[in-house]
Design a protein. Sequence first.
Length: 142
Amino acid sequence: MTTNYTTKSFRLLRLAAAASVLLFAFAMGCENNTRDDEEKTPSDNSAAIVGTWRLVSDTGSAWYAHFSKDGTWKITDDAEGNARRVYGTYSCKDYSFSGPMINPRVGTGRIEGTFEDNSMTMDFIEYWHTPAKHVPYTGSKL
């Protein structure tokens, strides 16, 4: 009789192990493999920044920023893109952008900012001042 209990116990143990493996496989197969934050925040959102943005400074002066698909940007006096003031290149990560700036009349600098939907914040960092001057702008997409 001892052998009979041992055989039954061994069979129950194997059955329990098999059930555990199946349960684990089922649970893994039903798991959602995408994280919520990956769906909400793309790693490259550069297509959303492309276009013309109206920028306004704290002092009320307005310019127009033009972001192109090829990774270049420029600031102009008008929405049509005439009378270029400064220009450069940019890159995006999530809803942030940055890149070097060239002001042909006075020197170099950098832009940094964030955007979402039709709103933008941009910081001009002007290296031709000592220390570097930061000029904040807010913008809306046209």
